[in-house]
Ligand binder design. Structure first.
Ligand SMILES: [Zn+2]
Length: 192
């Protein structure tokens, strides 16, 4: 969450409460919420939970100006896109790329995040590098992914970034002047 530092000047409200921990049951869960009012993204509520007994930690983001469940599609074409596109991913979002070949399922792999696209690609490369013990075809795919993700990181490989978020709390913010290239589809969320 290093990148949030730059946004902190827009914080318009902060609260902190203590609650029961969903993991260990002790009343040592601190929930800290901050509302950021950013001209760039709109209003975001960031919540961090932390249990001092068992170490449980969770973070989530609520996009207060959300228009509802959304599928965001953005074609990343060059280094400008990599450096200057911002990604806000809520914990409920699925982030994937059919052509670069990765999927971050909801809730997994680092929960909510606010990062330039560059930071997301770095993280994917780190995950792939940490994945040991694969053999044959799977290992070949892992090595190919690391190579292709590094090309994408440097702007030498185009790919499509897709975020599906049933809460509508995720955002892709393209570089200035490229906003029109972002495809925004409303998602149908099954009732149940
Ligand atoms: Zn706990």
């Amino acid at each position: 969450m290093e990148s949030l530092e730059g946004l902190s000047s827009y914080a318009e409200g902060v609260y902190e409460v203590t609650d029961k921990c969903p993991v260990c049951g002790n009343r040592t869960l601190t929930i800290r919420g901050v509302v950021y009012n950013t001209p760039y993204f709109g209003r975001l509520l960031l919540e961090v939970m932390n249990c001092s007994t068992c170490g449980f930690r969770y973070m989530d983001i609520t996009y207060l100006d959300s228009k509802g469940p959304v599928k965001l599609t953005y074609r990343v074409t060059d280094r400008v896109d990599v450096e200057r596109t911002w990604v806000i991913r809520s914990a409920e979002a699925k982030v994937y790329s059919p052509d670069l070949g990765f999927t971050l399922a909801p809730g997994s792999a680092g929960e909510a995040m606010i990062t330039p696209l560059e930071g997301l690609i770095y993280r994917l490369i780190q995950y792939a590098e940490a994945m040991r013990g694969l053999e044959g075809e799977a290992e070949a795919r892992r090595l190919a992914f690391i190579r292709e993700a590094n090309e994408a990181l440097n702007g030498f490989r185009e790919f499509t970034l897709i975020i599906e978020d049933p809460t509508g709390n995720s955002i892709i913010k393209p570089p200035p002047g490229r906003e029109g290239r972002l495809k925004e589809d409303r998602l149908e969320v099954p009732q149940g």
